[in-house]
Write a protein that binds this ligand. Structure first.
Ligand code: PLP
Length: 643
């Protein structure tokens, strides 16, 4: 538990049970749990191969409940004379089953949706059917977007068109005249309170979206001059996602509170304050302002929003607004877990070295002496000596003074020294700086059956940290240290940064693969230098990537044509669980279709070529039939490897 910090980031949904498996408690503290390892095996038996994205709809419901409960408590605590009406930003995860669940679970709280583009507006308009919920319309807008949003009022929706660019003011005035519909408008302010971290530039004068203060004044004047100032009812800001520090949120709300008050003074019909997204997720469980964490709870967040807005309104003697938040990450992250399997490992050779003979090269004998002398008292010095002898041997080899075989012996001996030194270093409280890399250099590579580009694009693009850990064997000591290499033939397709307490670690504690099953065909072969490969078939070893339900799915791409993964929606029942939906991952036929290949044409091409090869006696009839069968069968298969 300590190693993977599951108590920190997993609480209350993920923990470890007595069998050493990860347990999922989708309803949090309200009871009911599932063994993730058993569940994965049960799903595999239903022909759902790994990698497999498992969505727990009860977690989604629990997140919505929690957010609303936090705001209700804050409203009661501060006797706030207004309501909270949250919306879910569709951009965070647009998958139909998820949005349908979200709308359903949100009904008791009149939870709405936020659209950031025209296609997202299409989803929100068609799926949102909760009376009294808000439909916040953000993003770039054209005439069609604005007219559609305005007409949605006739269907009973409450669309709020948020002006994000000054040009949109003219467009809404025109559309309102043309349709004779009075819209509800909002304005997104570019706050000067700065966001922090990766998305910090979402705020400030040069932010991509929002109106500067002079532009807000201009918008108010334009609306006043067309008698539409009454339509302006909402102030919105968004200072970036994953805000790790509560003080940043407080500063933003303080500034927004003042702007809100000024808009009331200018005559706008203000009713809503929309604080955008930013509510963070504690990916590393450290509860700090480290970028992968946050130093506040959901309750602190709600309290600060409510209290600050009450203060701002009280000072000016104006009515408090309905509070809106657009929390995406905090609602969608926890509900999905990606389970994937390890295909093989590549380990640094670390056998016990043999004693050199008297006539072996001096450098080899010196290195052996270093190996033998390594102890707690000299391990740092021994590391430098060993490195120097190895470099000497490489340079001697370059001049032809030692043979290839001797160079191989030197390298093996060097790795043996490093292993011995590392074992000593791990026992120490303090690891000297120059040995810090040793753990990384000696790490095994675990080849895993998924694509970072498809399933964890933020890990690749912006070094986002997600909790990753084995989902079983957790009552065995993980004696190996490894990094993960994915299926793509791209050297960026790796995960070599993992969560640590307020920090990043470069290796993950993992278990050695258990190679005790009889060999089968179709083994996975690895290939890397200075390494031995475990190519034999091994017992399944499953890892889970957690808290990845926000943004990853839609931003994932088809690099190397690895497609969407299989997805299942699991719901707890009194008797266990129920599979609510299965969304099969892409087949090869489908991914090839995305890049305009027609599967039938491809098959025909192969058939023609086999016929030609048959005629030229390059292939037998049996071989050509086997090739065609394999080719055709592959096209309807999953793009990932079958374990
Ligand atoms: N609202 C807007 C305007 C956004 O751009 C975003 C995403 O960055 C969000 C809401 C959701 O933010 P988060 O996922 O941090 O809650």
């Amino acid at each position: 538990e300590e190693l993977y910090r599951i108590n920190g980031w997993g609480e209350p949904y993920f923990s470890i049970n007595a069998a050493g498996h990860v347990t999922v408690s989708p309803m949090g503290d309200r009871g009911g749990s599932l063994d993730l390892y058993e569940l994965t095996n049960a799903l595999k038996q239903r022909n759902l191969g790994l990698p497999l994205l498992i969505r727990f709809s009860d977690i989604l419901e629990d997140r919505i409940e929690r957010l609303n409960a936090c705001f209700s408590r804050a409203i009661a605590r501060y006797s706030y004379a207004g309501d909270y009406r949250g919306v879910f930003p569709v951009k965070c995860n647009q998958q139909r089953h998820l949005i349908e669940d979200l709308v359903r679970f949100g009904k008791p709280h009149q939870f709405g949706l936020e659209a950031g583009s025209k296609p997202e507006l299409m989803i929100a308009l068609a799926l949102l059917d909760t009376p009294g919920s808000l439909l916040i319309c953000n993003g770039y807008k054209d005439q069609e977007y604005i007219e559609t949003a305005m007409l949605a009022r006739r269907l009973g929706h409450t669309p709020i068109i948020v002006l994000e660019q000054i040009e949109e003011v003219e467009l809404v005035i025109e559309a309102s005249r043309k349709l004779n519909i009075e819209p509800i408008l909002g304005v997104r302010a570019k706050l000067s309170a700065k966001g922090i971290g990766r998305w910090g530039t979402s705020a400030g004068d040069r932010a991509k979206f929002g109106l500067t203060i002079p532009e807000i004044i201009r918008a108010v004047e334009q609306l006043r001059s067309t008698d539409m100032l009454n339509s302006l009812q909402l102030l919105h800001f968004h200072i970036g996602s994953q805000i790790s520090s509560i003080s940043v949120i407080k500063d933003a709300i303080r500034e927004a509170g003042q702007i809100y008050g000024e808009l009331v003074k200018l005559g706008a019909n203000m009713n809503y304050l929309d604080v955008g997204g930013g509510l963070g997720v504690d990916y590393d469980g450290s509860k700090t302002n480290f970028y992968a964490s946050k130093n506040y709870s959901m309750q602190n967040y709600a309290n600060d929003v409510v209290a600050a807005m009450k203060d701002a309104c009280q000072q000016r003697g104006i009515a408090v607004p309905t509070l809106v938040s657009e929390s995406g990450r905090a609602i969608a992250s926890h509900q999905s877990v990606l389970v994937f399997d390890v295909l093989g490992t590549s380990d640094v050779i670390s056998e016990i070295p043999e004693l050199p003979a008297d006539d072996d090269p001096l450098v080899l004998r010196n290195l052996y002496e270093t190996y033998q002398s390594i102890s707690v008292d000299n391990y740092q010095e021994a590391y430098h000596d060993a490195t120097q002898f190895k470099e000497e041997a490489v340079s001697m080899f370059g001049f032809g003074y030692i043979s290839l075989t001797d160079r191989a012996r030197v390298e093996r001996l060097y790795w043996a020294c490093c292993r011995k030194i590392l074992e000593i270093a791990r026992q120490q409280d303090y690891v000297p700086d120059d040995l810090e890399d040793l753990e990384k250099i000696m790490a095994s590579i675990y080849y895993v059956n998924f694509s970072v580009f498809q399933s964890a694009p933020d890990a690749w693009a912006i070094d986002q940290l997600f909790p990753i850990m084995p989902i079983h064997r957790l009552n065995e000591e993980p004696t190996c240290r490894g990094t993960l290499a994915d299926l793509t033939c791209d050297s960026d397709g790796k995960i070599d940064q993992f969560i640590d307490l307020r920090d990043v670690k470069y290796v993950l504690e993992l278990h050695p693969l258990k190679k005790n099953l009889p060999a089968e065909d179709g083994q996975f072969a690895t290939g890397a230098d200075s390494a031995s490969h475990s190519q034999s078939t091994h017992e399944p070893y499953y890892l889970g990537m957690f808290l990845s339900g926000a943004y990853q799915e839609i931003m994932g791409n088809l690099h190397n044509l690895f497609g969407d993964t299989n997805t299942v929606h699991i719901k707890l029942t009194p008797k266990g669980y129920q599979i609510e939906h299965v969304v099969k991952g892409d087949t090869m036929r489908e991914v090839l279709g995305y890049v305009q290949y027609d599967a039938e044409d491809l098959i025909e091409n192969i058939r023609r070529r086999s016929e030609q090869a048959l005629q030229e006696h390059q292939i037998t009839l049996e071989e050509s039939q086997l090739l065609l069968q394999n080719y055709e069968r592959s096209l309807s298969r999953y793009t990932y490897l079958s374990s």
